[in-house]
Write a protein that binds this ligand. Structure first.
Ligand code: HEC
Ligand code: HEC
Length: 223
């Protein structure tokens, strides 16, 4: 295991004037290595391709593209997940694969730019096997999650406000550890509130086992 990165990016005046978001003193998880100032600057230029759906500063656009500029989202997910999502897209959604048209270097630059929006230390991953059954998860999913993510977890395609979290492309790319974190912690600055058993702002407080059951349900029913 390599140690987490704790770095203070040194800002040049030019980058600051170009408005590149600067993460200072963020403890990145080992799979969240931050980019160089050059990569971040190139990623910012490349992001014009993305802003029509994800917003000029990655703030997201309702029904078009989720928020990327969300500290708890970035603290949960790995660079690998971000790169795979950009490279391969999400089948059956408007997130098409960008790898072939942009090239791998630009995908890496974009990941560096997204990562530069992280303001919170990376959250610790729980990689233990899932506890909880898909049957229990079905009930919880339908009573709590479906009103925003759709009864079949197809998200926008079912006129949901949330993304298509039951998609095979999404579930194939994301680990249980990352999914656990997104559900426990939620996605800052979006309607995706935390579901942790201790979260004071939760719509519902779920136990670790209940969260695992929902993940098992989604995986058993991937479209
Ligand atoms: C035509 C609209 C559109 C464009 C352009 C677009 N995306 Fe997306 N993107 C989406 C949608 C829609 C999703 C969510 C799909 C789903 O899972 O339901 C998404 C999901 C994502 C995600 C996962 C985030 C999350 O919370 O689910 C990342 C990362 C991402 N896009 C990055 C990019 C980048 C980088 C670009 C530019 C190269 C880009 N996207 C261009 C529509 C778009
Ligand atoms: C009040 C509406 C709402 C409820 C209820 C809700 N979500 Fe969400 N969820 C959202 C929205 C909206 C997003 C995307 C945020 C954005 O636009 O950036 C999201 C994002 C997510 C993501 C990240 C997906 C991705 O594309 O990266 C996961 C995972 C998730 N939700 C799981 C769940 C689960 C599991 C439940 C039930 C326990 C649930 N959500 C309940 C609205 C909701």
């Amino acid at each position: 295991m390599s140690p987490p990165y704790r770095i203070r990016l040194v800002v040049t005046a030019g980058l600051a004037m170009a408005g590149v978001a600067i993460a200072s003193d963020v403890g990145y998880r080992a799979d969240q290595e931050p980019g160089t100032p050059e990569q971040i600057a190139r990623g910012k230029s490349a992001f014009v391709t993305c802003s029509g759906c994800h917003g000029v500063d990655g703030e997201g656009r309702v029904g078009m593209g989720p928020r990327l500029n969300s500290p708890s989202y970035l603290a949960s997910v790995s660079n690998d997940l971000l790169a795979t999502t950009i490279r391969e897209g999400r089948a059956q959604t408007n997130m098409i694969p960008w790898g072939a048209s942009l090239g791998e270097d630009t995908v890496t630059d974009l990941v560096a730019y997204l990562r530069s929006w992280q303001t919170t230390d990376g959250y610790a991953l729980d990689t233990s096997p899932l506890k909880g059954s898909a049957e229990q998860g079905a009930e919880l999913y339908q009573s709590i999650c479906s009103r925003c993510h759709g009864r079949n977890a197809r998200g926008y395609a079912e006129l949901g406000s949330g993304t298509g979290i039951g998609g095979g492309a999404f579930l194939g790319a994301i680990s249980d550890g990352e999914l656990r974190l997104l559900i426990h912690k939620g996605k800052d600055n979006t309607p995706m509130r935390p579901f942790d058993k201790d979260a004071p702002t939760a719509v519902a407080n779920l136990t670790d086992e209940e969260i695992d059951a929902i993940i098992a349900y989604l995986r058993a029913n991937a479209w």
